[in-house]
Design a binder for this molecule. Sequence first.
Ligand SMILES: [Zn+2]
Length: 235
Amino acid sequence: MVQLDLLSSLETHHDLLKSYEKELLELEDKLKLKELVKRIKVNEAKLEKIKLIRDETKKKLKSCNSMLAEYNYKIEEVDKNLYNGSTTDVKQLEYLSREKDRLKELVGNKETEILSLMDEMELIDKEILQIEEFLQKYKEKITIQRKKYRLLEQKIKNKIEEERQEILTIEDNMSKGLLEKYYTIKKIKGSGISIPQNGVCNRCYMVIPMMLLDRLNKGELVYCENCGRILCKQD
Ligand SMILES: [Zn+2]
């Protein structure tokens, strides 16, 4: 019976359609590239934090440098007073000398602080560069991966369209009554037909009586007595 062959083919195309639709859903989920996007977000946040630290360090460095300049200027002033002969008072000279020592110590401390801040800046810049390189690399990876997925997505969408067309063509050639029966069973059970294997329903695995198999072989419309699916012959 040609109608039953068409029915069997219809179910095959429905199964294919379903598997392509499932594939498409999975691909759309993959397309989000959750893991990569998450890693990028984490690193972007890290970068932002480090940039703030860099700004802070820069500010500190600037302030240290201006303090250093101030101390050096003060030392010059003290030197002028010490050596230009305008100060002759011994106590005053002693005071100036002590002041110069104090300022020199401050200069030394500031210079040490500046050096350590510069080391810090160097490390920070290095880390920023590393993160920026990582981000660039991963963003490129995402672009490439997404392109690949888009191509795949188009292929699956084409297949889905082909299956839908095929299903419509088959339906056009089938009797309305049989289609209605088929879709009623399919709606309830997920599949509408069964192709017996060695006398057993390949859906519910119950033995099919010989009498029914004979009628099937004669091309009659028969149903599995257990699950109610329409029986079809193997191609
Ligand atoms: Zn069955």
